[in-house]
Every structure is written in structure tokens, then in C-alpha cells.
Design a protein around this ligand. Structure first.
Ligand code: F0G
Length: 352
């Protein structure tokens, strides 16, 4: 058995790299496609449901797929520094890959709205972290201007190499299932990932690797759902800070993916997100971050539309450990503190 070489080596023929491209990799990709029977059971008829657990990438999110490509191409072009705006995960991935490639990294984040684990990562990977008094959309505008006016490479998903890397998740799903699934449910923020998946399925279809093309179902948080409403949201709000975005950069690409695949965009409430988040962890043993659970929340919302016999893949974009605050804050009922250090007290607290 060959060891996994990282996604650029694994899918080299589908990616814009040459023999001399200096590949910067942490052996990302090859994440598991895990069956989730407890969720399938909730749909109430014969369906197969899997999660693509991309939280198992080297920095804990799907961003590593895009970042191995973006940083590799930046290095190839001789870049010395990269910059991004981020709700957290992009900043962690950009920092890790930039440093591995010998570059410096600057990240702009919305002050107070980045999960603790992500902030810790960006700092420890050695990025310069600039927390701005504004939201992600404002940060993105600034870094786009920065990259136009200063010698620094932008590694947000408006950098086309990001989507090139991220499309490999679709390849991996087809390689495991033997064909594309019928439905793909995916959380949507800046709308790059849904666009990348669609690109991946279409390319694999053209290459004869799959017969089907999936329906792309994009789920946004109800307080940050511009693609559902058809207009930007000036002050997006959601517990799922990763997708707290009001004006997605890949708006057109995502709309094209939705219409070509006969899919749709829908909103899930924070309560639905938290229910799915707990269900995944406490029924399936899979801990994802709140934004990721939007895909499963969405699936459960539209479950009556799923044809019997269908195969569904929900994308879990990030690891639950990214956001320990939300995990602890929303599971207090199981947390019994201050118990005396004696058998009787412990047994009592356990309900004996
Ligand atoms: N899930 C997670 C965990 C994310 O971090 C993001 C985006 C998304 C879903 C949405 O993906 O933007 O391609 O539609 N996070 C970006 C960031 C914005 O800065 O880390 P998208």
C-alpha cells in the first residue's frame, strides 16, 4: 500500500502544476467518508447518508485543500508574503502552509468573532494577526485592496488556485463511492467551497470518472443568508461564526452551481445548527464545528424531498475542537461541577 502523498500529487493530472512546481504540502486530503446511520434513520426511508469529514485535515478544516495549491503557486511565483481575510479557518491554514513554504502570513479577522481554536492556530503558526473592528466582508475588501497595492499575495478563495485544490474533495467522494452521490449538502459562507465541489464533479464527469452529477444543496445560517434572500446582508449574525458572511465573493459561481445542478440554497436557524451539531457528536461520535453542522441541519430540514434509495453526502468542513467555547456553553446540562471528592456524592450526582 502506497502512503498518501497529499492531494496535489494524488490528483496532479487535474491540477495546474508542472514537474518543477515546488509543492508545499502537509499531506492534506484523503479524509474519510463516514456512514451516519442515526441521521439516515431520521430521514425515515431507505437512503444512504455519509459525511465527508474534512475536519481531519492537517489544520482541521477543508481550507487545507485550497491552501496547499494557493501557497504552492505563490511559492512558484516567488512570493515572500501572503494575506487573507478570515472567519478563522482560512487564517489557520494560510499561516501553516505559508510558514511551511518559507513565507510570512498576515491575516485580518473580525475582532471578537473568531473561534478560540482558530485564533490559537493562526498565532502559533506564526502569522501576524490583525483583528479589525468590522466583519468578514469588510476585512475581505481591505485585503483585496492590499494585494492590489502592495507586494503580497491574496490567498482567499478569490485566488483561483484555492478552488482548484478544494475541488479534490469531490474527486475523493467519487473515488470512494464509484460514482457521484445524488445529493451533496454543504454549508455556504463566502461560497467558494460549493463552487469548488461543483467544478470537481463536472471535471470528473467529463473525464468519465462518474455517470451522475449531484444536486448541490447549499445551506446558510438564517442570520447570514444572502444567497437565499438574493441580496447582501449588511450585518450578518449567527452562532456559526465561520459562515458569518453577508456578501459572498463567489456569489455568481455558487448560483451557477446551484442552477446547473438543480439544487437550491436554504437557510437553517442557529437552533437547527446546534441540534445537528449535538446529534452528530452524541449519536454518531463525530465532532464538527457549528458551521459544518449546517449541512446536516439542512438535510434534516429538506428530508421529505429526498428520493428513496438516494445517496447523500453532507460536507463537514471543520473540526469541532476549533470552537471549544460553543461546545461547552451549549452542553451545560451534562456538566456537574463542584462535587465533593467522595464516593457517596459522586454516586448521587450520577443518579444512583
Ligand atoms: N465551514 C467552515 C468551517 C468554514 O470555515 C467556512 C468558511 C465555510 C464552511 C464556508 O465555506 O466560504 O467556501 O462557502 N470559512 C472562511 C474562513 C470564510 O475564513 O475560514 P465557503
Amino acid at each position: 500500500r502506497q502512503p498518501w502523498p497529499g492531494l496535489i500529487e494524488a490528483y496532479r493530472e487535474y491540477l495546474p502544476v508542472s514537474e518543477t512546481t515546488p509543492v508545499v504540502t502537509l499531506l492534506e486530503g484523503n479524509t474519510p467518508l463516514i456512514p451516519v446511520p442515526a441521521i439516515a434513520q431520521r430521514i425515515g426511508r431507505q437512503v444512504r447518508v455519509f459525511v465527508k469529514y474534512d475536519g481531519l485535515n492537517p489544520t482541521g478544516s477543508f481550507k487545507d485543500r485550497g491552501m496547499t495549491m494557493a501557497i504552492t503557486k505563490a511559492k512558484e511565483a516567488g512570493a515572500k508574503a501572503v494575506i487573507c481575510a478570515s472567519t478563522g479557518n482560512t487564517s489557520a491554514a494560510a499561516a501553516a502552509y505559508a510558514k511551511r513554504g518559507g513565507m510570512s502570513a498576515f491575516v485580518l479577522i473580525p475582532d471578537g468573532y473568531v473561534a478560540l481554536g482558530k485564533l490559537a492556530q493562526a498565532l502559533v503558526y506564526g502569522a501576524e494577526v490583525l483583528a479589525i473592528k468590522g466583519n468578514f466582508d469588510q476585512a475581505l475588501e481591505i485585503v483585496r485592496d492590499m494585494a492590489e497595492n502592495y507586494p503580497i499575495t491574496l490567498v482567499n478563495s478569490v485566488n483561483p488556485y484555492r478552488l482548484e485544490g478544494q475541488k479534490t474533495a469531490a474527486f475523493e467522494i467519487v473515488d470512494v463511492l464509484g460514482d457521484a452521490p445524488d445529493w451533496v449538502c454543504i454549508p455556504v459562507g463566502n461560497a467558494g467551497n460549493i463552487s469548488a465541489y461543483w467544478m470537481g464533479f463536472c471535471q470528473y464527469h467529463q473525464a468519465g470518472k462518474c455517470d451522475r452529477l449531484p444536486k448541490m444543496m447549499g445551506f446558510q445560517a438564517a442570520g447570514a443568508a444572502p444567497l437565499v434572500h438574493g441580496q447582501p446582508v449588511p450585518n450578518p449574525e449567527t452562532i456559526a461564526t465561520a459562515i458569518r458572511i453577508g456578501n459572498p465573493a463567489s456569489w455568481e459561481l455558487a448560483m451557477a452551481a446551484q442552477s446547473a445542478s438543480q439544487g437550491s440554497f436554504r437557510a437553517v436557524t442557529d437552533a437547527e445548527i446546534l441540534d445537528a451539531y449535538r446529534l452528530l457528536a452524541a449519536s454518531e461520535g463525530i465532532f464538527c464545528e457549528p458551521a459544518s453542522a449546517a449541512s446536516v441541519a439542512g438535510l434534516l430540514q429538506v428530508k421529505d424531498q429526498i428520493p428513496t434509495g438516494a445517496t447523500v453526502v453532507c460536507v463537514l468542513t471543520g473540526n469541532g475542537l476549533k470552537d471549544p467555547d460553543t461546545a461547552i456553553k451549549h452542553n451545560q446540562s451534562q456538566f456537574k461541577q463542584g462535587i465533593p471528592a467522595e464516593l457517596k456524592a459522586v454516586a448521587e450526582a450520577m443518579g444512583f
